[in-house]
Design a protein. Sequence first.
Length: 156
Amino acid sequence: MGATVEIRAADPAGEDARRCIAAYIAELNRRSESGYDPRAGISAEPHELTPPAGEFLLARLDGQVVGCGAVKHHPGAPSELKRMWVAESARGHGVGRRLLAELEARVLAAGADTARLETNRALVEAIALYRSAGYAEVPAFNDEPFADHWFEKRLR
């Protein structure tokens, strides 16, 4: 029997969300050459990740929280995907792909037709996922200091 993956909206200030975001930041600090300070870059604060401004999702694998992702909506402009992370122990079970698909569905439901994201070169698995899901690398669309790659996908 296969693993059960559930993706659901959650409070970005809740305990599970805070734990996921802390793990995301810790992994970025461990893997990147320069370290990662979320206060130095593009914001993704709880008030930006709750409706109608945005949404925050948690991924569960067999009931255990193993990932997160968020979207910031910008009326009349592409939505931004933020804070997408899957625990190393859960990788290879399709959690990241399912989370990405649900974030894209939330972008469309909010009325945007394009999703954008930026990422660091150290996150090779994430870059491979985005490319395989149809994201194209584009010129920088913001001044995120931690980013090395900017991606965009037209959803309709």
